[in-house]
Write a protein of this length. Structure first.
Length: 144
């Protein structure tokens, strides 16, 4: 069975919150707010629809990069898989939450500019042309 995937474009409601698990794995949590706008031809104005607030979670190097690169109000494009999980509050109440487990994340260039900065490749990606560790000869016939 295929997983439910989703891409959302919106603004961060706050800077990503980076935490580390006892295993050392990084986890960044953040919320994306997306508000649809429609043009009302009779009024000749734009009207905002109901805002969607979606909680997102990024793991590992992506979590580190998100925390280092993004801040409150940044417009982002987030792609990932919907996950539903249960947890218990400090008061003992069972709760369920739906989150987007982030596979890919970037700054929207609609209203901003960005200059990507490569980092070293994760273990197991040596030789990958997208990896920062790839030599110039490995990149498209030796051309950068």
């Amino acid at each position: 069975m295929k997983e439910t995937t989703l891409t959302i474009v919106g603004n961060l409601t706050d800077a990503p919150e980076l935490r580390y698990l006892p295993s050392g794995a990084g986890r960044a949590g953040f919320t994306v707010a997306s508000t649809p706008r429609r043009f009302d031809r009779q009024q000749g104005t734009w009207t905002d629809g109901d805002a969607l607030f979606l909680r997102c979670v990024a793991w590992g190097p992506l979590a580190d990069h998100a925390a280092e690169s993004l801040d409150k109000g940044d417009r982002v494009v987030v792609a990932g898989r919907l996950r539903q999980r249960s947890f218990e509050t400090a008061e003992g109440q069972r709760r369920q939450v739906i989150e987007l487990e982030v596979d890919d994340l970037g700054v929207s260039l609609r209203y901003a500019t960005a200059r990507p900065q490569r980092t070293s490749a994760p273990a197991g990606r040596a030789g990958d042309p997208e990896s920062a560790e790839a030599s110039a000869e490995e990149l498209v016939g030796g051309h950068e």
